[in-house]
Design a protein around this ligand. Structure first.
Ligand SMILES: Nc1nc2c(ncn2[C@@H]2O[C@H](COP(=O)(O)OP(=O)(O)O)[C@@H](O)[C@H]2O)c(=O)[nH]1
Ligand SMILES: [Mg+2]
Ligand SMILES: [Zn+2]
Length: 320
């Protein structure tokens, strides 16, 4: 028996979540029309980047279903989970020599991305500052473990920065993260000149009445295929690049990660696995630990070891 077909008007249409606030969700249709939708339940767990099915209701719409997510980047502390965005192609973490960036925060973002299966790139901004050498030095281990690092001077040399960013961002959905002061707003404004106006429009429609940077925003990029860029070959499929800007945060909880998983999610640790005497080695004080031997050979630096130890401790604390 075949199920009765829904009338055409009731077939849910596909859409992309470009903003979400409580039960209100701004959905963009494949033609680029934006429809203010409501969710059926009291609370919505939809996030920017979600693909949904929606049904029209008068001048707006109602969310009918959430399509399966390719990935979801989130942070989780003891009390709650905060989602950044879904269906990402990559994460761009912005750091700078001034203010001095926190290596622990950087590592947390990279671990969350690794856990979610999202490739990450570090953007080192403000290369015009004299303190840049020290910042480069701190990023040496990250380059060595295979995390790409791009150098930017978003304010000082926007043209050169664009040349570096264009091939990286073309045709991909990129979430930009970074502690306050690193140049996130400068980057968004450089790449999306209409950013402020777009955000204002959306927060008005969602009636958040809040400052524009307190909610996550989706921005389309005006991609032009980069000549000779093999990595951008997928542009032929019509994919358009987009940036997602997420509000700043104080804490980056990683409670989604079990302490035993940690080493696998830190590439320098992961490279040293497989040589420990104990299969459940925590790589902190056990005898015959291959990871600590690698550290003694200089393959894992002291700062990385300190961050690993602190995270292991934090993630081992009792879950209430
Ligand atoms: N020297 C220098 N300063 C920059 C550069 N890019 C951004 N800044 C400055 O860094 C400060 C913070 O930038 P902003 O984009 O507001 O950072 P956000 O807090 O991450 O959004 C501003 O005063 C910018 O002018 C750069 O390439 N070089
Ligand atoms: Mg800002
Ligand atoms: Zn070990």
């Amino acid at each position: 028996m075949t199920p009765p077909r829904r009338p055409a008007a009731e077939t849910p249409a596909v859409g992309l979540v470009v903003a979400a606030h409580g039960r209100h969700v701004m959905v963009e249709t494949p033609e680029g029309r934006r429809v203010l939708c409501q969710t059926r339940g009291k609370k919505s767990d939809l996030v920017v980047g979600d693909c949904v099915r929606w049904l029209p209701t008068g001048d707006g719409g109602v969310i009918d279903a959430l399509e399966p997510r390719r990935n979801l980047l989130f942070r989780q502390d003891e009390w709650r989970t905060k989602s950044f965005a879904a269906n990402l192609d990559q994460l761009l973490v912005l750091v700078a020599p001034e203010p001095v960036f926190s290596e622990s925060q950087l590592t947390r973002a990279l671990i969350a991305a690794a856990e979610a299966g999202i490739p990450a790139v570090i953007g080192l901004n403000k290369t015009d500052l004299p303190s840049i050498e020290a910042a480069r030095e701190r990023l040496v281990p990250y380059r060595a473990m295979g995390t790409p690092v791009i150098e930017l001077a978003l304010k000082k040399d926007p043209e050169a920065s664009m040349t570096v960013l264009a091939p990286l961002l073309a045709g991909r959905t990129t979430l930009v993260l970074g502690p306050s002061g690193m140049g996130k707003s400068t980057l968004i404004n450089l790449l999306v000149p209409q950013a402020a106006a777009q955000v204002g429009e959306i927060s008005l429609a969602l009636n958040t009445g809040r400052h524009t940077t307190t909610s996550t925003s989706w921005y389309w990029l005006d991609d032009a295929p980069v000549p000779g860029d093999a990595a951008a070959a997928h542009l032929e499929h019509g994919a358009r690049g987009a940036l997602i800007d997420s509000p700043g945060f104080q804490e980056f909880g990683l409670r989604q990660v079990q302490p035993e998983q940690l080493a696998r999610l830190m590439p320098d640790y992961a490279a040293a696995l497989g040589h420990c005497r104990f299969h459940n080695c925590s790589h902190r004080h056990e005898p015959g630990c291959g990871v600590r031997e690698a550290a003694a050979r200089g393959e894992i630096g002291p700062t990385r070891q300190r961050i690993y130890g602190e995270l292991y401790e934090e993630l081992s604390q009792k879950r209430w």
